[in-house]
Design a protein around this ligand. Structure first.
Ligand code: PLP
Length: 363
């Protein structure tokens, strides 16, 4: 028997999805669209699955308001594979790319890019453990592209004003794994966007890649078939067997997003959730936020306590009260509450009430 206790899932990824998505995905495992077949046993080249891909692409195009030349791909290998696939396709061996070093994922992207061409790290906050976003930097206009991480999942920083990047005069590449579709962004400005689905869009096992066709074909190296974006574009993400179920879960989440009011609506909800949690942290001296105020992420909220003994006590209380996934990443310590699209406002209320209660008993 499962317990009746309400759980509040603050996991950083894979993470919470809408309950209706879990329910519909479960039904599809037993009987997909009344066909009598499971979604797990249909061919990826059947009209049944083609309809799933087509609708998921159409919904992404709509949510992101993409240009006709921006192609939507569903690829394997996680966002981490994009760390290499991006420079393989966009960075010629004789050229240089600019990278912003704002966290663990950004630095992993830098490491991979160095294998394919020149890399200029144009800014870094590594020396202060990535607690802020370095905004004063220049980019060599001859760079093949400028790479940024829109939200730094582990440290809890997020570029609030992306227009900072729009006048640099070089093509933009963004890792949007942990905040894609959480707020309105001018997605048309990007040569390439990638995001692992498991944080805001769906189940683990698939990447969303949005690539402007005009940005391709500038690297002279030979590309293995599976690494060449052009092959995936030509084959509509069906170059080989795609992660069928993971793409289906993306479709369900994209439908849900449309139904609740789209990106603008979810942005307002996300602002409300983040404001409540940060206001609570700021009002309780027991808790200390870890990053610069202006760079605070609305997706991953990180904070610590001065007293490690109290941290352990609060963590135990969280566990007892059904707060899931609030332990901070090992490189920051303390706590991290992830407030992705599907997390209800009520979960933030429950968590902040628990924080206040704990502060009262320890104050
Ligand atoms: C989680 C995450 C990744 C890594 O994703 P994988 O799918 O596990 O490879 C990369 N970048 C960011 C910003 C992330 O949050």
């Amino acid at each position: 028997m499962t317990s009746a206790k309400t759980l509040h899932n603050f996991n950083a990824g894979p993470s919470i999805l809408p309950k209706s998505v879990f329910e519909e995905a479960s039904r599809a495992i037993l009987d997909f669209n009344g066909t009598g077949l499971s979604i797990l046993e249909i061919g990826h080249r059947t009209p049944l699955f083609q309809a799933v891909v087509d609708e998921a692409v159409a919904l992404l195009r709509e949510h992101m308001q993409l240009l006709p030349e921006q192609e939507v791909l569903f690829l394997h290998g996680g966002a981490s594979t994009q760390f290499m696939q991006v420079p393989m396709n966009l960075l010629d061996e004789t050229r240089r790319a600019a990278y912003t070093d704002t966290g663990v994922w950004a630095s992993k992207a830098i490491k991979e890019a160095k294998m394919f061409g020149g890399v200029d790290v144009v800014c870094s906050s590594k020396d202060s453990n990535y607690t802020f976003l370095p905004k004063n930097f220049t980019v060599d206009p001859s760079s093949s592209y400028l790479h940024l991480t829109t939200n730094n999942t582990i440290y809890g920083t997020q570029w609030q004003d992306l227009s900072l990047f729009y006048d640099k005069g070089v093509p933009l590449v963004a890792d949007m794994s942990s905040d894609i579709l959480s707020r309105r962004v001018d997605f048309q400005k990007y040569a390439l966007i990638y995001a692992g689905a498991q944080k805001n869009i769906g189940a683990a096992g698939v990447n969303i890649v949005v690539v402007n066709k005009n940005a391709l074909g500038n690297a002279s190296r030979k590309l293995p078939t599976m690494m060449d974006y052009r092959n995936h574009i030509e084959n509509g993400s069906l170059l080989n067997t795609p992660p069928v179920f993971a793409i289906y879960v993306c479709l369900l989440t994209l439908r849900w997003l449309k139904q609740v009011g789209g990106v603008a609506h979810i942005e307002a909800e996300n602002n409300r959730k983040a404001a409540l949690l940060y206001d609570t942290i700021d009002s309780l001296p027991l808790f200390r936020p870890t990053v610069a105020k202006e760079d605070r992420s609305k997706m991953n909220v990180c904070f610590v306590m001065e007293n490690e003994q109290l941290e352990a006590e609060f963590l135990a209380l969280c566990k007892q009260e059904g707060m899931v996934g609030v332990k901070g990443h090992r490189s920051v310590g303390g706590f991290r509450a992830s407030l992705y699209n599907a997390l209800p406002y009520e979960s933030v209320i429950a968590f902040t009430e628990l924080m206040k209660h704990f502060a009262n008993t320890k104050g």
